[in-house]
Design a protein around this ligand. Structure first.
Ligand code: LLP
Length: 386
């Protein structure tokens, strides 16, 4: 994480920019790969969390696979040097050309989210003269106890196929000749901090695998998705997420014989290694007495607060004041929800100060937009700061 000593050096870069701590990324990857290998678990990094080339290159050194959500993400993974046979591809709305590309590349698994999609994968694989490995993404109907904007596994969600629908269509599913159902996939949501929900997930998976096996399905692997949350409140307390706990829960509760167990973490791998560095442009007070700090970043660099009401810890890294004040930290975009924090206590803050918006390595840059014709932010890597 950012040390104060380098704060002054950061003044030489044009703000706003993402600052990536490559040492912390490596510590995180050391941790997740060491614990996973203890249990024999397979990892796929959810590339949607961050596509930064340096981050991808570092992740690739650890030999993990990739989880993708579009044809272009599959392409990005392959062009970044990841092996197709470690790539899984989920997504509710795969287009024909995306399915075709994934099959041509020979990826490890297409994680299929509807019966109609299954039919299309079978057709396209047939046209290409191939048999494609797939996993059925089952909706397990579990409340992941997270922000409702990012839960994906409750019964009325758009993600996955309902278990009931699978049971009613076993013969149809087994009739396709150009697909090979190798796995079962689930992903219940993101930023999960109440780890006991992974126990419920295991209980559901155990029951589903048992029933489907009795009906003649032969799965080689179960992919339990991603979702492990991070500490946004006080990132310094938990720079490397608690992979050991979630792996231990899955290892104790998942009873799927000798099947491979796969994970698809995104946020837990990259969130804490990224911060958004922004300069204070203006200070003003509203008629109601609110002290507003306008920074040069906005929702176009980091949309999570505006989109989900997400909290990010903010610090002033250059102020030498000891007196603190409460500020509303607002961005430059022409949107009223473009607020990073409605009320944060910071040392007295002035034009030209640098603020860091922490834990922004996941779903920050990858969700950036060019609304208001803003420039996209740059990236600075901790080991390249002069
Ligand atoms: N696997 C699948 C099928 C997914 O849909 C996702 C995330 C992941 C894995 C990775 O989940 P993670 O380990 O990162 O929780 N933009 C939102 C998060 C959206 C997550 C979408 N799916 C945010 O900023 O919080």
């Amino acid at each position: 994480m950012l040390s104060r000593q380098i704060a002054e050096k950061l003044r030489s870069y044009e703000t706003p920019f993402y600052l990536y701590d490559i040492d912390l990324l490596r510590q995180t990857l050391d941790s997740v790969t060491a614990v996973a290998s203890r249990y024999g678990f397979k990892l796929h990094y959810a590339i949607k969390a961050n596509y930064d080339p340096r981050i991808l290159q570092t992740i690739n050194e650890y030999g993990v696979g990739i989880d993708c959500a579009s044809g272009n993400e599959v392409r990005c993974a392959i062009e970044s040097g990841f092996s197709p046979n470690g790539i899984v591809y989920a997504g509710v709305g795969k287009k024909d050309k995306e399915i075709r590309y994934a099959i041509e590349q020979g990826i490890f698994s297409i994680n299929c989210e509807s019966l109609q999609e299954l039919e299309q994968i079978d057709r396209i694989a047939g046209e290409l003269g191939k048999v494609q490995n797939i996993a059925l993404r089952i909706n397990p109907d579990i409340d992941p106890k997270t922000n409702s904007c990012i839960d994906t596994g409750q019964a009325d969600s758009k993600f996955g196929i309902s278990y009931e629908e699978v049971m009613e269509n076993v013969d149809v599913i087994n009739s396709y000749k150009n697909i090979h159902i190798k796995g079962m996939h689930l992903h219940i949501g993101s930023q999960i901090r109440e780890l006991h929900v992974f126990e419920y997930l295991c209980d559901k998976v155990n029951a589903i695998v048992e029933h489907l096996t009795a009906l003649g399905f032969e799965f080689d692997f179960v992919d339990v998705g991603g979702g492990l949350g991070i500490n946004y409140d006080v990132p310094e307390n938990e720079p490397v997420p608690n992979f050991a706990s979630v792996f231990s829960i899955i290892s104790q509760h998942l009873k799927v014989g000798g099947k491979e167990v796969h994970f698809e973490f995104g946020r837990a791998i990259v969130a804490q290694c990224g911060e958004l560095i922004t300069s204070v442009l203006y200070r003003k007070d509203t008629a109601t007495g609110k002290k507003i700090v306008i920074v040069d970043a906005s929702m176009t660099e980091l949309i999570r607060p505006a989109l989900y009401g997400a909290y990010h810890n903010i610090e002033n890294i250059t102020s030498e004041e000891t007196r603190k004040e409460r500020y509303c930290i607002a961005g430059t975009a022409c949107e009223s929800t473009d607020i990073f924090d409605q009320s944060v206590s910071l040392p007295v803050t002035r034009r030209g100060d640098l603020l860091t918006i922490k834990s922004a390595g996941a779903y920050g840059m990858s969700m950036a937009s060019r609304y208001n014709q803003h420039d996209l932010p740059g990236a600075v890597y901790s080991d390249e700061i002069e």
